[in-house]
Design a protein around this ligand. Sequence first.
Ligand code: NAD
Length: 301
Amino acid sequence: MQKSNNINKFSIGFIGAGKMGNPMIKQLINNGFNVRAYDINPKVTKKLEKENIKSVNNLRALGNSDFIISILPDTNNVETVFNNDTGINQFLRPGTIVIDMSTIAYSSAIKIGKELQKKQIEFLDAPVSGGVKGAIDGNLAIMIGGKKDTFKKSSPIFKAFGNNIVYAGKLGMGQIFKMCNQIMVGSHIQAMCEAFTLCKSKGGDLKLLRETLIGGSANSWMLENLGKQVIEKDDKAGFRIDLQLKDLKIASEAAFESGVPLPGLSLVIALFLETRAHHEGKNGNQALFKTYDRMANIKLK
Ligand code: NAD
């Protein structure tokens, strides 16, 4: 890479233009980067074209990029894209930097990173937190694993996405930090649902409760953001139940592997599974409250 004094001239191939990817691509473009995007869903690509964002219709076309960034739903999607024989790996040049920002199994991130290293391609696992709103506002938290030197070279890109940019450590450590984040996210939303259920059972005003708690030590991102959606009965997803369960499963597998009991995580998984069993998988995390409604079966006067 010889362009370090003029990093915005770097070409970026962006893979996955969904809820998170679309606003992240716009942040890169607004920061002067030269971006071409690929998504497997042609409807998504059409939307990009309407927004005057350059898109390509196959992975090969991104092969000459300086950086590849991906943000895809699950481990299997990322493994497909970075498959040595059938994915983009066969088209990438030595010296390319690949940054995967999806939340996936850390063991898979390590495997992909090592395979790319064999081809002199650098790799960072860099999952994010902050939701779609954080992506739109350029205010994501980013947790990065991989070689420190690669992290430093990539920092102008991360700065386009947020201010809370953390070098977490070796390859895979970004995903470990993200799992810890998701354990807390799951517990926070569960705690909020319990508080709301008790308040509701006593005929309390949920709106007032939320405003009160926001001002005290029980405040959380969940209360500020999803608490409002619970009260307004707005199930629309930023982060959907299906993805939350995917993340909790990843965390649970890692805990099992380490032999550490995380009983709170097991409970939260059971509650989210109940919600998904009632066909809420495509709805936002806040639909967990419907499980509490079912369990409490409160008849409001
Ligand atoms: P999404 O489903 O909205 O977008 C994913 C995009 O990837 C889709 O457009 C899909 O067509 C595309 N895709 C799937 N497989 C592909 C392939 N093989 N090649 C090319 N494109 C492919 O999902 P999202 O909400 O943007 O989430 C993406 C990742 O970000 C997930 O790992 C999620 O856990 C993580 N994340 C999401 C949020 C959120 O609030 N939505 C917050 C933090 C982290």
